[in-house]
Design a protein around this ligand. Structure first.
Ligand code: ASP
Length: 309
């Protein structure tokens, strides 16, 4: 039988044991487990990797602990602008949205762009008009509000700086979310969703909706979802770089992941991490920050939920 597996992340950053109370740590574990189980169930029922990653990301977007959908960070002018993307490794189909507001699950809008349009990436007002046409629900701003995010923004809003949500020294840390999966047919897919970086400029778009930077999937190589300081992941073309190291240099999945995260990004000063799978259902992940909310599960019963190094 073809093996299958799923990997998820909930963001990387300066996440130390001293940052989380035992109770909050349990909440994170539950939230990650819940998303992992939701995605894995699709794979067990012979569903597609594409549906598995979308389902896992929806579960994470719906949880206030993570910086995606509900609980997204604040921009410099105090609103939530979200980015998301999804890619199918069997046919290189891809969809993405950037700078959208009021959409409960931006990853589903990205999936609709992929499946219902000839385009890959829709942004801002045009993406939201498309959401209306597709009859997506628009939720009021307070659905996305979280007190912790608001306090994080208060700490940096008068500075000319952006911050990875999980690096701001408040009592709680949150994170961008993503998933990669290999299904029982041997197809792979990737999806990523984020509120971006706290105090980002109005209109700023990060790596998350950019195919090749924050998300990539190709059955010939791997599926990748990234989290970290987006500007560096864009300059590194991080997700596609992992794929290229496999395609052109013949590296193994974990070798390619390590090279991008621990060499290329570190040399550039790019903080963060990424998760990856290939069509053998091999799993690889790496991060160069103190922690990354993460989990994986496969059909051989191997599973993990972890936060710190
Ligand atoms: N990569 C995201 C961005 O730059 C942020 C994150 O991963 O937390 O928008």
């Amino acid at each position: 039988m073809q093996n299958f597996s799923i990997v998820i992340h909930g963001g990387a950053g300066t996440i130390e044991p001293s940052d989380l109370t035992p109770a909050l740590e349990i909440q994170y574990h539950h939230a990650l487990q819940n998303a992992l189980d939701a995605g894995f169930k699709i794979l067990q029922l012979n569903g597609t990797a594409l549906d598995a990653v979308a389902t896992a990301v929806v579960a994470l977007e719906d949880h206030i602990l993570f910086n995606a959908g509900k609980g997204s960070v604040f921009t410099k002018n105090g609103v939530h602008e979200m980015d998301a993307s999804i890619m199918n490794g069997s046919n290189l189909a891809a969809g993405a949205v950037a700078g959208v507001q009021y959409i409960k699950n931006p990853v589903l809008l990205a999936k609709a762009v992929m499946q219902q349009t000839e385009h890959v990436l829709l942004s801002g007002a045009g993406a939201m008009d498309f959401a209306k046409a597709m009859q997506f629900d628009f939720l009021p701003d307070d659905y996305f509000f979280s007190e912790q995010r608001y306090q994080q923004w208060q700490l940096v809003k008068n500075e000319n700086t952006v911050a990875l949500d999980h690096n701001i020294k408040t009592e709680k840390k949150f994170g961008t979310v993503g998933a990669v999966a290999c299904d029982a047919q041997g197809n792979i897919a990737a999806a990523t969703s984020t509120g971006g970086m706290t105090n980002k400029q109005y209109g700023r778009i990060g790596d998350t909706p950019l195919i090749g930077s924050g998300t990539y999937a190709n059955n010939n190589t791997c599926a990748v979802s990234c989290t970290g300081h987006g500007e560096w992941f864009m300059k590194a073309v991080a997700a596609y770089d992992v794929s290229c190291l496999i395609e052109y240099k013949g590296l193994l999945l974990q070798q390619a992941v390590d090279k991008v995260v621990h060499e290329k990004l570190v040399n550039m000063g790019g903080e963060g991490g990424l998760i990856a799978v290939n069509t053998n259902a091999d799993i690889a992940l790496a991060f160069n920050s103190a922690g990354m909310y993460r989990g994986y599960k496969n059909n051989n019963g191997e599973q993990l939920i972890a936060i710190y190094k």
